[in-house]
Design a protein around this ligand. Structure first.
Ligand code: G3I
Length: 314
């Protein structure tokens, strides 16, 4: 196989990317996306601030464009996301706390019902933990305590019993306080019969810092009976990127792919954006970038060839 998606398919996996509506007019970007990826995560279009900007008023147009593009190009969709403290419209955080649960359940039911049968999975709750393993004290936690997570999963499952339901977070790729908290939560949810199907490991890495225990860490979640997925992979480099850094990035991408392939319940890897022009990194971490497998001109980088080789392609 000469493409990421073909090589991943041969391994029983997918290889995905994030796409935004703004990407849908860029033929160079889409040429690479169509050739290489068979799973799409909408970058922003399914988040609460877009889908329900005011209470009870829904806007699925932007998300529908991504779904329509994906289904027309043989790509499945990871729904992202239903409940998150960011890109949350202010009307939600301004609600009296006794109305937050109702608003959350209504939002989940409306969005999951709208996309029923069209998404492979949902990131039901995104980034619920702080680095020390405590819960983020957002509107949902403040109103409902940690029980909001079980309630969100049950509500999503009722609306689309066939979608795989995920919790998704960053800095949980290795074993640490945050991934321990996620593990304990997952174990407790499963013990209560909550319909949790998978854990998403965002994997926003710094070059040379992929945790050496990533495979072991994903395996412990898989051993609970859960799918695991690398959901938002990128690997940032200080600019200008040296050839040594690009080589280290290739090693990193290869290692992440190998870690996934070594865990039978690891269903696939998604990169966050198609190429370096699409990456959130330079905007958020000034001086850093070059974080994807395709350069400013969408030419494949050493990291692309390393990921492809790790999948068994060439
Ligand atoms: O849409 C407005 C536009 O109207 C306005 O003019 C412009 C000026 O700032 O902002 C636009 O909104 C931006 C939005 O992306 C759409 O482009 C926001 O400012 C910007 O903050 C937002 O960033 C997104 C970020 O999530 C915010 O939480 C990134 O595009 C998106 O890639 C990023 O994705 C997250 C995942 O969802 C969760 N994991 C981490 C990952 C990276 O941060």
């Amino acid at each position: 196989a000469t493409t990421l998606k073909a090589a991943a398919t041969a391994d029983g996996r997918y290889f995905g990317t994030a796409l935004t509506d703004g990407n849908l007019g860029d033929s160079t970007l889409l040429g690479v996306a169509d050739a290489q990826f068979d799973m799409v995560t909408p970058g922003n279009e399914m988040k609460w601030d877009t889908t329900e900007p005011s209470n009870g008023s829904y806007n699925f147009g932007p998300g529908d464009q991504i779904v329509s593009y994906a289904s027309g190009h043989g790509m499945r969709v990871r729904g992202h996301n239903l409940v998150w403290q960011n890109q949350l419209p202010s009307w939600v955080s301004s609600l009296p706390s006794n109305q937050v649960q109702g608003a959350m359940e209504a939002h989940i039911t409306a969005e999951v019902t709208h996309y029923k049968g069209e998404v492979y999975s949902w990131d039901v709750v995104n980034e619920p933990f702080n680095g020390d393993g405590s819960f983020v004290a957002d509107a949902f936690y403040n109103a409902m305590g940690s029980g909001y997570i079980a309630d969100a999963l049950r509500t999503a499952h009722a609306a689309d019993p066939n979608a795989k339901l995920y919790l998704n977070d960053y800095n949980i790729e290795g074993e640490n306080a945050k991934s321990d908290a996620m593990y304990n939560l997952a174990q407790s949810l499963l013990a209560q019969g909550v319909p949790l199907g998978g854990i998403g490991f965002e994997s926003h890495f710094i070059v040379g810092q992929v945790p050496s225990d990533m495979q072991a860490n994903m395996q412990r979640f898989a051993n609970l009976g859960l799918d695991v997925a690398v959901t938002e992979l990128d690997d940032r480099i200080q600019l200008p990127a040296s050839s040594a850094a690009l080589q280290q990035q290739a090693t990193d991408y290869g290692n992440v792919v190998k870690d996934c392939l070594a865990v039978s319940r690891c269903v696939g890897v998604s990169q966050w954006g198609v190429g370096d022009p699409d990456s959130w990194i330079p905007g958020t971490f000034p001086g850093w970038g070059a974080a994807t497998m395709f350069d400013q001109n969408y030419q494949p980088k050493p990291s692309f060839y390393a990921a492809l080789a790790a999948l068994g392609g060439s």
